[in-house]
Every structure is written in C-alpha cells, then in structure tokens.
Design a protein around this ligand. Structure first.
Ligand code: ZN
Length: 117
C-alpha cells in the first residue's frame, strides 16, 4: 500500500468524508486505505467484512476523476451494510449519493484535487 505523494490531501479528504458518511448512516467503517498498486488496475475500490475500505485514487500515474472517486466511496460504503448488489444495497447507495450531493462532496473533492494537480 503506497500513496502517491500528490494524493496526500486527497486521501485525507476522502478518509474524513468516508468517516463522516459512515457515522451518518450508522455503518461500521474501521479503516480507510489506499488501494495497493497491483490491484488498482482492476479495482476502483473494495471493502472487507472487517469494515476496511480500500480506494483507488490513481491508476497508471493518472488520477481517477472526482466523479469516479465519489461513486466508489458511495459504492463501498453501501457494502458495509449490504454485501450483494441487491435492492437494499441499491437503496443505501442512492441515499449515500444524495447525502453526498447535499454535502457538495464532488465540489469539495475537485477543490482538493486542484491543490494537488
Ligand atoms: Zn460492489
């Protein structure tokens, strides 16, 4: 697990936002980690039964888009309660995206990315 030096502020923001959203929705998030580089090619994010979310911020030297990062955040958060992509997962995923929209998460992600282009 290595964090690209230009992604430090972005990672801190993503982690803080995930912790906030997990608390808001009562989800058992225990840890947030950058995705190991060997998995970043095929995975934008994943989560474990232990409540660990791993997220890809960059692949092949190129940063993921803010929309992709935000979608992955909501996707993996929803898996903390619903393991399979069924209706209950979809409902929670949608609620998280709505909450992120109200919190202007994407605008704030973009602002952080501009600090570390
Ligand atoms: Zn999934």
């Amino acid at each position: 697990m290595r964090l690209h030096p230009d992604d430090r502020k972005l990672f801190l923001f993503v982690r803080t936002e995930l912790v906030f959203l997990a608390r808001y929705f009562g989800l058992d998030l225990t840890q947030v980690k950058p995705m190991p580089r060997r998995h970043a090619i095929t995975r934008r994010g994943d989560c474990s039964a232990a409540g660990i979310i791993r997220i890809t911020l960059r692949e092949g030297g190129k940063r993921e888009t803010v929309h992709s990062i935000a979608e992955t955040m909501a996707h993996e958060l929803a898996h903390l309660r619903c393991w399979k992509h069924r209706d209950d997962w979809l409902g929670l995923y949608g609620s998280i995206l709505l909450r992120m929209s109200a919190r202007k998460t994407i605008d704030r992600l973009r602002a952080v990315c501009e600090l570390e282009p």
